[in-house]
Design a protein around this ligand. Structure first.
Ligand code: ZN
Length: 474
């Protein structure tokens, strides 16, 4: 099996090698699109299941809105159209017949959903509406990267309607909390959280909240956003309700989403030069059992022991017995390492005779012989240990890559030499923010709630300022 490129040689190629050779995704015939292969899709399905459970536990319901949106809808909210128009793909004819009104392939669904909410919301009794949809999105992209940025991608988008500003803000913040919990507890990816600056917020939002991860090459990755939309879409689509005092008022809104980009973030968070490393909670296969078949006489006993082990895990751990006889055990070890399966169990003639099995951890490479009778219990303990230790390791890396700078010179030096998040004082002006991004390509990733107060901005020297994290980002 061909080796994948080392991270130290070419980080970008290393990422592409893992995604393609672990058979997670492939390039589609249309430039910028990708095919999600079964291994990548199975990881996405696990993410969906976990998120769906969290959304439903907080009162949300799934629904589905159409892919095609009348062009006039997109144009109703001024900032929204300005933000999305350049990336919209539009259907203009059916067969040879031109359409009376062009139809946009959804770049996001606020407009079509608010057009429907106008029909469904009349009174405070109709609120809140807490809807989510799982769907595909089209945003034409010039520079693409498998999972991280593609013209078509899969996501969930929540769209909620509320009677008061306070409720809507609370909802946007609740979802931010869910995204943070998911990133940390499931993906083992620690994140910074906060609001986006006006320059970075969603087109049409009052406030955008974000979770920001840090990849192994020191670049940040925006992994999920939750928007408080105020009354912008309600006004654009004239959605009013009668409040408890009998007066007409515009409805307050939120929207929020995470996408298949998370799969790319997962690859970049934990993987190594042997391939993908998956946190157990998101691994489509948590344990692979590889029988080491040699002398014909032993094979039946070894296979039976492997099957017996798999049965002991059934219903508790996702397990697979790799009993293919056309590839060697060494080949199988490499393949499952490349695919990121958290635990491998090897069972050969000697292990079989001793009632043992050798357990190998994907993240550390540690090999431990254990009794077959204790295997199920032991493996469950190892899997939960691994989930915890991947998060701890990623958190250590994040913390080691959060640095401070006070002057602009110091900031540029730290950013160039070390990368990561550089926390530096900013006055809050769009001009200073734009200058930093033009000079260095680094952007303000978020405005943390607990940002430290500083006396002067590193760019314009005026005050007051707050210390915010800058980074180069995907
Ligand atoms: Zn400034």
């Amino acid at each position: 099996m061909a080796k994948i490129t080392k991270r130290s040689e070419d980080y970008n190629q290393w990422y592409i090698d893992i995604v393609t050779r672990a058979e997670m995704a492939d390039y589609a015939p249309v430039r910028g699109c990708m095919v999600i292969r079964p291994w990548g899709y199975a990881i996405w399905e696990r993410m969906q299941q976990a998120l769906n459970a969290m959304f439903k536990a907080t009162g949300h319901e799934n629904a589905y809105f159409p892919l095609l949106i009348p062009q006039s809808f997109i144009e109703k909210e001024a900032e929204h159209v300005e933000g999305f128009a350049p990336q919209c793909a539009t259907v203009t004819r059916i067969g040879q017949e031109p359409l009376e009104e062009p139809l946009v392939l959804r770049p996001t669904s606020e407009t079509i959903i608010w057009a429907m909410y106008k029909k469904w919301i009349q009174s405070w009794r109709d609120l809140p509406l807490l809807y989510n949809q799982w769907a595909n999105i089209i945003r034409w992209e010039m520079r693409t990267r498998l999972f991280l940025r593609t013209t078509e991608f899969l996501w969930q988008e929540g769209h909620t309607a509320h009677a008061t500003e306070a409720e809507a803000v609370e909802e946007a913040e609740r979802i931010l909390g869910i995204y943070k919990t998911f990133a940390e507890d499931w993906m083992a990816m620690p994140v910074l959280t906060g609001r986006k600056t006006d320059a970075e917020k969603f087109a049409g939002a009052e406030t955008t909240y974000t979770i920001e991860g840090l990849m192994q090459d020191g670049k940040a990755l925006q992994a999920g956003t939750s928007h408080y939309l105020g009354q912008n879409f309600a006004k654009a689509f004239d959605v009013q309700f009668q409040n408890r005092d009998g007066q007409l008022e515009y409805v307050y809104a939120t929207s929020w989403g995470v996408s298949t980009r998370l799969v790319g973030a997962l690859v970049m968070s934990h993987s190594d030069d042997a391939g993908l490393v998956l946190p157990p909670k998101l691994a489509p296969v948590e344990v692979v059992i590889v029988p080491i078949l040699k002398a014909e006489a032993d094979n039946a006993a070894i296979l039976a022991a492997a099957q017996g082990l798999a049965e002991a895990f059934a219903g508790r751990v996702e397990v697979k017995v790799d009993d293919r006889d056309n590839v060697s055990p060494g080949w199988k070890f490499n393949e499952w390492e490349l695919k990121g399966v958290p635990v491998r169990m090897e069972i050969g003639p000697k292990d079989c005779a001793k009632g043992q099995v050798v357990l190998v951890r994907r993240d550390t490479g540690e090999k431990t012989p254990i009794d077959q009778s204790a295997a199920a219990r032991r493996v469950e303990a190892v899997l939960s240990e691994m989930q915890v230790s991947l998060l701890a390791k990623a958190r250590e890396r994040l913390e080691a890559n959060c640095r401070r700078a006070d002057s602009y010179d110091e900031f540029r030096a730290v950013l160039d030499e070390r990368g990561g998040f550089v926390f530096a004082p900013w006055c809050g002006s769009a001009e200073c923010e734009a200058k930093v991004s033009e000079d260095t390509k680094a952007t303000i990733r978020c405005l943390p709630d607990d940002a430290e107060a500083c006396s002067a901005c590193m760019v314009c020297a005026s005050g007051p300022a707050t210390r915010v994290p800058f980074a180069k980002a995907y």
